[in-house]
Design a protein around this ligand. Structure first.
Ligand SMILES: Cc1cc2nc3c(=O)[nH]c(=O)nc-3n(C[C@H](O)[C@H](O)[C@H](O)COP(=O)(O)OP(=O)(O)OC[C@H]3O[C@@H](n4cnc5c(N)ncnc54)[C@H](O)[C@@H]3O)c2cc1C
Length: 285
């Protein structure tokens, strides 16, 4: 289908983009367009004005800032995959982004767009949560930083206001003894997750010293598997201990039943995929 008619604005700075957002009633941001354009074509959204932030240079690229790396919201999935800083300090993001869609989508879709869209089946929100990312949001009153655990509010809803822009994401570095893995279950290649598990663990003297586990599509928002994390932490780095800890994966989750899977099957998947993700992240298989 063809979208409804709309005005089109293409700012070259964040300031101009914010002015455009403030300038009308129904103004929406366009990033890579991989989710938003289909929504407009289906006329589920019919904005009066579309603000295309695809040519705002300050929103693009990856830089180092002390103990974090900072990923610009408009950095494409493909650029993230090729970036040496992400590969060195946030390998989990690379492992996850490799599973997103196909090359065409990864060339257009953006890191920030995927987080701002906040689809429960999207893979990067659980990773942002597991890595304790911080989202930097710009508005007319300046910039504010929101931790990932306060960013995802509900289905397709985040802390970014109507007149605000997600400008960059700070990811604390996880290098050294950390291992990570993203385990994704889908029925056909390149599809969205039915369930996904993002795992990062740090081994020390035969134990798991720290564990971060994020779950995709186990609620309307990404979820930290806190029960698994506490069962793993300080315990032996063994297959038996990981299997026992993974049994806690469904705690605190509220998955939906849909055409792809019933809720109880998703609970089962969460346990199986958590076990696989942690075993691989810890180098135990
Ligand atoms: C065929 C196909 C398969 C896909 N498979 C997967 C998959 O397996 N896993 C997965 O995780 N994703 C998948 N995606 C989605 C992909 O990851 C997109 O990158 C993502 O959905 C949206 O990113 P975008 O840059 O295209 O944003 P857009 O579609 O342009 O925008 C999405 C929404 O976010 C808002 N937005 C965008 N950027 C900002 C910002 N900086 N600040 C505030 N609001 C903003 C927009 O206003 C819009 O409402 C798939 C997409 C397609 C088309």
């Amino acid at each position: 289908m063809i979208p409804s008619a709309f005005d089109y604005v293409r700012p070259s700075t964040v300031e101009e983009a914010l002015q455009a957002l403030a300038g009308g009633e129904d103004v929406k941001l366009l990033a890579g367009g991989q989710s938003f354009i289909p929504v407009m074509r289906l006329r589920l959204a019919a904005p009066e004005t579309v603000v295309d932030i695809g040519r705002v240079p300050e929103l693009r690229g990856v830089r180092e800032d002390g103990d974090a790396i900072v990923i610009g919201a408009m950095t494409t999935h493909d650029e993230v995959l090729k970036d040496p800083l992400v590969g060195q300090h946030a390998r989990l993001i690379v492992q996850t982004t490799e599973t997103i869609a196909d090359r065409q989508v990864r060339h257009r879709g953006t890191f920030g767009g995927a987080l701002a869209h906040a689809d429960p089946a999207g893979d990067l929100p659980a990773v942002a949560l597991a890595l304790d990312a911080e989202m930097v949001i710009a508005g007319s009153g300046g910039r504010r930083t929101v931790p990932a655990k306060e960013f995802f509010l509900d289905y397709l809803t985040t802390a970014v206001g109507e007149d605000e822009i997600l400008v960059e994401v700070r990811i604390p570095k996880l290098s050294g003894d950390w291992g990570s893995h993203y385990e994704k279950f889908n029925r056909v290649a390149q599809a969205w997750s039915i369930v996904g598990v993002a795992a990062a663990v740090r081994r020390e003297n035969g134990t798991i010293a720290e564990a971060r586990i994020g779950l995709t599509n186990m609620s309307s928002v990404p979820v930290r598997a806190a029960g698994v994390e506490s069962a793993l932490t300080g315990g032996p780095a063994s297959a038996e201990a990981v299997a026992a800890a993974a049994a806690h994966a469904g705690e605190g989750t509220n998955p939906t039943s849909d055409l792809n899977a019933k809720a109880d099957y998703r609970q089962h998947l969460a346990e199986v995929l958590t076990k696989r993700a942690v075993l691989t992240a810890a180098g135990l298989n």
